[in-house]
Design a protein around this ligand. Structure first.
Ligand code: GMT
Length: 375
């Protein structure tokens, strides 16, 4: 099948999922065409089955806002016609599902039918999409998609609560490749001294991630045992977190890496992952940690209870419960045997989200969408 994927090409979870999905689909003999405004960060290699088509929005002084949706829908139409694309899969409703719908309509005028699958990822529903300025268009584009999927049951529930839709939503959780990692002790020493626990957080440092809580929880941990904190990512809350680190006097124990494409290398030396988010439709970062044998302390919000299993892959506490998170972190990190047990449990649990289990669920939706459009 020839599949066009529209996504955000940046470090956000939806772009990562879309990119990994595209790569996996090519391993299953599909041809994948990414249509985005820059090459997706996790897309290293292009080959005869992975193509990338850049959406360019020319600057024009009259425009206060550049019409990205227009350029995107035109690019979808052109790509579909040039490469004989069978199906369009858009990730993140805003504005991709709307642009996809416009492309579908333009193609229909020319007698070409293009089934569209929309995957809802989280903030497109819970934070941004339900803003009154966007809600009408987002509801419309959900309803006009041929198939809609969401990355967790909780996100499906939120979609029905927040939007005027009765559209069937298929839950397809995010997935992860089996990392099957082995630790190389000498490299671990690049990050921390012997006997120090390595605590890690990875995100885009937006408010919703509560990275000040990450710093506070780490502060509680480091008071009880030698530890280092790896802060991976960048975003608006970074400055505040750096200030808090200084205020607490723990500058020599916290490393801010900035954005990195070496997430797995950092995770494989980590002992604990912190994700105390305000809202999280799934928490792909937590799953990536588990796949690298890193147990997770997270909040219990949104779809996180579908990913993190209490007392097995880590622990969950209420949003903002710093003390609870510190206590649970210490419970995991207190001795090597307990830590090893949690590491193995987290890794075993991550296999429930293996590529081989999840990607066929998307293929099944694609087949249904194609069949329905051809009838
Ligand atoms: O979490 C982010 O900041 C990025 C955002 C995105 O859309 O790129 O992530 C959302 O999609 C991820 C992939 O499906 C989910 O794992 C994240 O939980 C979700 N983020 C939120 O709901 C805040």
């Amino acid at each position: 099948m020839k599949i066009a994927i529209v996504c955000y090409p940046t470090f956000g979870g939806s772009g990562v999922v879309a990119t990994e999905l595209g790569i996996e689909l090519t391993k299953r003999n599909h041809e994948v065409h990414f249509i985005t405004y820059s090459q997706p960060v996790r897309l290293a290699l292009l080959n005869k089955n992975i193509h990338y088509h850049e959406v360019v929005v020319p600057e024009y002084p009259l425009f206060h806002y550049q019409p990205y949706e227009l350029a995107l829908s035109s690019k979808i139409v052109d790509t579909v016609k040039e490469y004989g694309i069978d199906l369009l899969h858009v990730h993140y409703a805003i504005p991709h599902a709307f642009a996809g719908y416009m492309a579908k309509q333009m193609l229909a005028e020319q007698g070409i039918s293009l089934p569209m699958v929309t995957t809802l990822h989280g903030t497109d529903i819970t934070l941004v999409g339900n803003h009154p300025f966007y809600k009408t268009a987002v509801s419309f584009s959900i309803n006009q998609s041929d198939y809609v999927t969401s990355v967790s049951a909780d996100l499906k529930k939120s979609t029905y609560e927040l939007f005027d839709t009765t559209k069937e939503i298929h839950v397809i959780p995010n997935f992860i490749e089996d990392k099957n990692i082995t630790h190389v002790q000498c490299k671990r020493n690049l990050f921390a001294e012997d006997g120090e626990r390595i605590v890690t957080h990875v995100s885009n440092f937006r408010k919703v991630k509560r990275i000040l809580d990450v710093v506070k929880v780490f502060d509680g941990i480091q008071k009880e045992m030698p530890a280092k904190l790896m802060m991976v990512g960048d975003g608006p809350e970074r400055l505040g977190a750096e200030e808090l680190v200084k205020e607490l006097g723990i500058e020599n124990k916290v490393i801010f890496f900035g954005n990195s494409s070496e997430i797995d290398s950092i995770l494989k030396y980590s002992d604990l992952f912190l994700l105390p988010s305000e809202t999280e439709s799934f928490g792909l970062a937590a799953l990536e940690a588990m796949a690298n044998k890193v147990p997770v302390i997270s909040s219990n919000t949104g779809g996180l209870p579908e990913v993190n299993v209490q007392g097995v892959s880590g622990f969950m506490d209420n949003i903002g419960d710093i003390n609870g998170m510190v206590q649970h972190a210490i419970e995991i990190l207190k001795d090597d045997d307990t830590l090893q047990e949690f590491k193995e449990q987290a890794y075993t649990h991550s296999k429930n989200f293996s590529v081989d289990r999840i990607v066929p669920l998307y293929e099944a939706i694609y087949n249904k969408a194609l069949k329905n459009t051809l009838v």
